[in-house]
Ligand binder design. Structure first.
Ligand SMILES: Cc1ncc(COP(=O)(O)O)c(C=O)c1O
Length: 409
């Protein structure tokens, strides 16, 4: 129940492919010309093609491998700002209160480092649903706006943002649109073209079911002119030159690849494509409906984020009336073997929006944060019912204690 951190389990095909690579290939693509190198390079090429197919993305050479989502977001954000500053222009950056620290922190660092040239606007979100109003983003655009970055699905509340509407506004204004799909890639259909997304950051290790240490930045054609490379070095091509090559994808991929991880990701993508994201999403939506109804029905539970299933991804965060989030997580683990994540979820302003931040929550002595359950494709209805029963039992037990307390002298 902690698939939002990283998915578990993975399809059997993932570890099989990684073991086969480790035993039979073990080569570094682009380094040498022997059979094992070309075989590994072919698998990585197929992995790029599969990512693009799955996400409605650009040509495979515009699919850049990264370490994770954070790395992909940093590559895009730092690259865009570097190009602006090199051209002697200011960079105004827009994001939302529900975004993750992997957008907020690079924005803040750039703002502090380049005080005169870089400014940030953070859009407030609805305190009930967590949604941003695309009109607010439109109003916030300035002539110097260099980038709009939005998390498709919130890891703190499960809120799905209206990325299609924001994409249309950005395209109209000719401002690059960066989407953080950490919580949606593989969980919900994404089509970069239809959603007018210019830059898409995805983890390989969450909903795409690959191993940790994998991720990608998908760049629409032409984005390479706006995104300066921020990591340069050996690429295995054009080695006669000490200038970093402009060829794609090497422009952004310096150093040896995480080949074993990418081989695993490729196998995971094959597994997903065989079933289709639509089918996996409808299974998760069915489970999410069950979870949503169950949680909304418990009097002692405050669910954060949207109450309509169509506004949510597969992330459910809640606060218990009496118990601290860490106690809930501990009880779920020790009494029921359910693994979830409690605390603050790397999204400080999301917690402020919902009153679960250290200042608001801490003011009455309560521990800040919330308890998060997140779904994946290997769960079934029985797992959701089991989890709901466990939370319900906790809720009823504390209600009983509270009632006994009220009637005792
Ligand atoms: C919305 C969001 N963005 C970014 C990240 C960072 O992802 P990664 O761990 O792949 O760097 C996460 C991780 O949980 C996330 O939920």
């Amino acid at each position: 129940m902690d698939n939002a951190a990283t998915s578990f389990p993975k399809p059997r095909e993932v570890s099989d492919a990684m073991v086969a690579y480790a035993r039979e290939l073990g080569a570094s693509p682009g380094r040498g010309a022997y059979r094992e190198v070309t075989e590994t390079a072919k698998i990585l090429q197929r992995c790029r093609e599969r990512l693009s197919e799955l996400l409605g993305g650009p040509a495979a050479d515009h699919v850049i491998f990264t370490l994770n989502t954070t790395d992909a977001l940093s590559m895009a954000i730092n690259g865009i700002v570097t190009t602006r500053l090199l051209n002697g222009r200011r960079a105004h950056l827009i994001t939302t209160d529900l975004d993750h620290n992997s957008v907020l922190r690079p924005f803040k660092l750039l703002e502090e480092r380049y005080q005169e040239q870089v400014t940030v606007s953070r859009m407030a979100c609805d305190p009930e649903s967590g949604m941003v109003d695309p009109e607010d983003i439109k109003q916030a655009l300035e002539p110097d706006t260099a980038l709009v970055a939005v998390a498709h699905g919130s890891n703190a509340t499960g809120t799905l943002q209206p990325v299609e509407a924001i994409g249309a506004i950005c395209r109209d204004a000719d401002v690059p649109f960066l989407v953080d799909a950490a919580q949606t890639a593989g969980h919900r259909p994404i089509d970069m073209k239809r959603m007018q997304i210019d830059l898409l950051a995805v983890p390989g290790h969450k909903g795409l079911l690959g191993p940790l240490g994998t991720g990608a930045l998908l760049m629409e054609q032409g984005m390479e002119e706006l995104v300066a490379p921020t990591r340069v070095g050996g690429t295995g091509n054009l080695s006669e030159s000490d200038s970093h090559p402009d060829t794609m994808p090497e422009r952004y991929e310096a150093g040896s690849h995480n080949a074993i991880g990418l081989v695993g990701l490729d196998a995971a993508l094959g597994w997903i494509l065989d079933r289709s994201v639509d089918r996996l999403a409808s299974h998760e939506i069915e489970l999410s409906e069950l979870m949503l109804e169950g949680l909304l029905d418990m009097p002692g539970i405050r669910l954060l984020g949207p109450t309509r299933i169509e506004d949510r991804c597969s992330v459910f965060t809640f606060v218990h009336r009496d118990l601290e989030a860490s106690e809930v997580a501990r009880e779920l683990e020790t009494q029921h073997g359910i693994l979830c994540r409690s605390g603050l979820h790397c999204a400080p302003f999301a917690h402020q929006t919902f009153g679960t931040d250290p200042i608001t929550a801490g003011s009455d002595g309560r521990e800040p944060g919330a308890c998060r359950i997140s779904l994946g494709p290997f769960l079934g209805r029985e797992d959701i019912e089991f989890t709901l029963n466990a939370i319900r039992a906790l809720d009823q037990r504390t209600a009983l204690v509270a009632n006994q307390g009220a009637t005792s002298p």
